[in-house]
Design a protein around this ligand. Sequence first.
Ligand SMILES: Nc1ncnc2c1ncn2[C@@H]1O[C@H](COP(=O)(O)OP(=O)(O)OP(=O)(O)O)[C@@H](O)[C@H]1O
Length: 256
Amino acid sequence: MSKPIFQLKDVVKTVYPNGSKPLNILDHINLDIFPGDFITILGTNGAGKSTLFNAIGGNLPITSGNVLLNDKDITKTSVTKRTRFLSRVFQDPKLGTAPRMTVAENLLLAEKRGQHRLLKPRHLKREMPKYKQITSQLHNNLSNRLNTPTGNLSGGQRQTLSFLMATIKKPEILLLDEHTAALDPNTSQELMNLTNQTVSNQHLTCLMITHHLDDALKYGNRLIVLNHGQVEHDIQGADKANLTKDQLYQFFDPQQ
Ligand SMILES: Nc1ncnc2c1ncn2[C@@H]1O[C@H](COP(=O)(O)OP(=O)(O)OP(=O)(O)O)[C@@H](O)[C@H]1O
């Protein structure tokens, strides 16, 4: 078996809601993520899914435990530094892109992530055929809007762009935080297909939060259910492939 690319070791995040008694919103999480894992993450509202992503992305300092990338302890590494190896796509299409910059400029910016970010017009010109090609993967006309400021795009176009920006420079870890939830059913399906293709073709390591049981079953090699800040189920390989929707429903049955 290969070595984990990413590890959470006994990660705890404690909060004090309204100054009351402590509450662990991440409660001793241990997780080994392997290269090429595509993990779908389910959990009821408030289970800790976004908090888990914030701990991985460095957006939230954890109370105790360690976060490791390729055996290196990155627990104290800033969000900015983590963007060199980690990309995240949020539910809100407005969050991923710079609204006054054009589609092409945003893509160039994403390609230069972690480098000296000087946008030169000749770089932009050189990359245009590539941007045309990657934006043509969906039938939403994004490829004809390369010189349009992203603030003028539809939500679906903008979310496609956020996804392309997150994957244009292969990240070591890709975090998808309900990235299709704000889209209409067809657009959502198209972006999910592109996601699956990209993860598979680029051999990305990806974690995807979703509330769609069908998507959680259909995609990925591994499924995690979070509950009260703990990993309640971690189903992999053949068990994941054979998992049924009825079994999944049982995980959320309060009688269980
Ligand atoms: N910074 C914080 N301070 C206090 N409580 C927090 C903080 N961040 C999250 N929480 C609480 O921790 C719990 C988990 O929140 P989180 O947003 O991770 O849940 P989630 O599983 O992503 O939910 P949803 O499906 O609704 O997005 C919630 O009860 C939330 O109110």
